[in-house]
Design a protein around this ligand. Structure first.
Ligand SMILES: O=C(O)C(=O)C[C@@H](O)[C@H](O)C(=O)O
Ligand SMILES: [Mg+2]
Ligand SMILES: [Mg+2]
Length: 391
C-alpha cells in the first residue's frame, strides 16, 4: 500500500468556558482506497505563532506520499527529521507528528480490518478512570463558578476532579474546603497541577497548605519550572505525594529518569508526537518501574480515541488519567462521539476497525476555520483556557 495524498482541515471548537481551541483534522489517502483519519490537537497554546497549513500540507506530502504506511517506525524517524522534538511542552511539531501518526495507525488498522488496539498490543482494560479539570482560580469569585462545574459534572457521573492550582491559594483553599463540606468522600481531587508556574519551594509550601484538604490526592503535577529536574527531585524528596510530570521529549524523559525526578510520567501522544513515540515513553517508564498516567491537551474525539486505545493497552497505568476533551467542548467533528460513563473514558469497541470514530463532514464544515491565526487572547486566557477577560 502507498500513501497518495494528505488533507488538513483547521477547525475552531468552543469550550463550555467560551475559549475556542483550534485543531487540525487529518485525512491520509492510500492507493488501496483506504483513508486514515487523525487529529493535530489544540494549537491554541503558546508560543504565539501560527503554522501556514498550505505550506505544512505541501511539506507533509513531500515527506509521506509514495511511502508504505505500515513502515511506521521509519516514517516516524522521517517526521522527527522534519519536525524535531524540543525541550518544550507545547512544541507544535509534536502536534503535527501526532496527527500524522494517529492517522497512519487508523489507516493501517482499517486496511487490516482490525482495531487500532490490535496494533498497540491489545487491551488490559476497556475503559480508563478519568478526572474532570477545574481550571485555575485567579479571583475568589471563581470559586463558586468552579463549584457549579463540580456539581454539574458530578450529576453527569464524574466523581474525580483535578485542580490547577497556585495562582490564588486563598481561592484554591476556599474551593477545596467547599468541596469537602458539600461532597465529603463522594468527590475526589486527584491532583494539584501547578503547570510549571512555581519554583519547587513555593510549590512545596502550597502543597503543605492545600493538602490539609486531601480529598484523595494521588499526585502533584508539574511543581517546578519546565526542565527543572533538580527542582522536581527536591520536592519529590520532601513530600509524601507522588510527583508527576508531562513527557514532551525523549531527552527530557531521559533526564528525569537519570535524576529519578518523578514518580509518575504523564504521557500524551500529542506532547511526545504520536502513538508510536508515546508507546516508547510508556515502555521506558515501565522499564524503570515508574507509573504512567494518560495526560491530555484536551483533544476532540479523534485524538481522544487514539489515547483511549493507547491507555487501554498499557500495563503501568494505575492512577486516574486526564483525557476529557470531548466533554469540555460544545461540539465535535465525528458521527460517534467518545463515550464517558460513571467517570470512565470508554475505548471504542474493538469490533470497530481503525480508531473507531468517523468524521462527520457536516460538523467539519460547521467548525471549519480558514487558518490557525490567533484572535485577541490574553496570557491568562491561554494559561487557564477561559474566555474570561478579567486580569
Ligand atoms: O495537565 C495539563 O497540564 C493540561 O491539561 C494542560 C491544559 O492546558 C490542556 O492542554 C488544555 O488545553 O486544557
Ligand atoms: Mg498537567
Ligand atoms: Mg491543550
Amino acid at each position: 500500500m502507498k500513501i497518495t495524498d494528505i488533507e488538513l482541515h483547521a477547525v475552531g471548537v468552543p469550550r463550555h468556558t467560551g475559549f475556542v481551541n483550534k485543531h487540525v483534522i487529518v485525512r491520509i489517502h492510500s492507493d488501496e482506497g483506504t483513508v486514515g483519519i487523525g487529529e493535530m490537537s489544540d494549537f491554541s497554546h503558546l508560543p504565539r505563532y501560527s503554522i501556514d497549513l498550505n505550506d505544512l500540507g505541501k511539506g507533509l506530502k513531500s515527506v509521506l506520499v509514495g511511502k508504505d504506511p505500515f513502515n511506521l517506525m521509519k516514517i516516524n524517524q522521517d517526521l522527527l527529521d522534519n519536525f524535531p522534538e524540543a525541550m518544550y511542552y507545547y512544541e507544535k511539531g509534536s502536534f503535527i507528528r501526532n496527527g500524522i501518526d494517529n492517522a497512519l495507525h487508523d489507516l493501517c488498522a482499517k486496511y487490516l480490518n482490525v482495531s487500532v488496539s490490535d496494533l498497540l498490543g491489545g487491551r488490559v482494560r476497556d475503559k480508563l478512570k478519568v478526572c474532570y479539570p477545574i481550571f485555575r482560580h485567579r479571583f475568589m469569585e471563581e470559586v463558586e463558578e468552579n463549584m457549579d462545574v463540580v456539581r454539574k459534572r458530578y450529576e453527569q457521573g464524574f466523581d474525580v476532579f483535578r485542580l490547577y492550582a497556585g495562582k490564588n491559594l486563598d481561592a484554591d483553599e476556599a474551593f477545596l474546603a467547599k468541596v469537602k463540606e458539600e461532597f465529603g468522600s463522594r468527590v475526589k481531587i486527584k491532583s494539584y497541577d501547578f503547570s510549571h508556574l512555581l519554583n519547587w519551594k513555593d510549590a512545596l509550601r502550597a502543597v503543605k497548605r492545600l493538602s490539609r484538604y486531601d480529598l484523595g490526592l494521588e499526585m502533584i503535577e508539574s511543581p517546578a519550572p519546565r526542565n527543572d529536574f533538580e527542582g522536581l527531585y527536591q520536592i519529590r524528596l520532601k513530600t509524601d505525594y507522588p510527583i508527576s510530570e508531562h513527557v514532551w521529549s525523549f531527552k527530557q524523559q531521559h533526564e528525569m529518569i537519570k535524576k529519578d525526578a518523578v514518580d509518575i510520567f504523564n504521557i500524551s501522544p500529542i506532547f511526545i508526537g504520536g502513538l508510536t513515540s508515546a508507546k516508547k515513553a510508556a515502555y521506558a517508564a515501565e522499564v524503570v518501574n515508574k507509573e504512567c498516567v494518560l495526560g491530555t491537551t484536551q483533544e476532540l474525539s479523534i485524538g481522544t480515541a487514539a489515547m483511549a486505545h493507547l491507555g487501554c493497552s498499557l500495563t503501568n497505568i494505575h492512577y486516574t488519567s486526564d483525557p476529557t476533551g470531548p466533554e469540555l467542548y460544545t461540539g465535535d467533528v465525528v458521527k460517534n462521539k467518545i463515550i464517558y460513563k460513571d467517570g470512565y473514558l470508554h475505548a471504542p469497541d474493538k469490533s470497530i476497525k481503525g480508531l473507531g470514530v468517523e468524521i462527520d463532514d457536516v460538523l467539519l464544515e460547521k467548525y471549519r476555520v480558514p487558518d490557525l491565526s490567533w484572535g485577541e487572547v490574553t496570557v491568562h486566557q491561554l494559561q487557564d483556557r477561559t474566555s474570561d477577560s478579567k486580569e
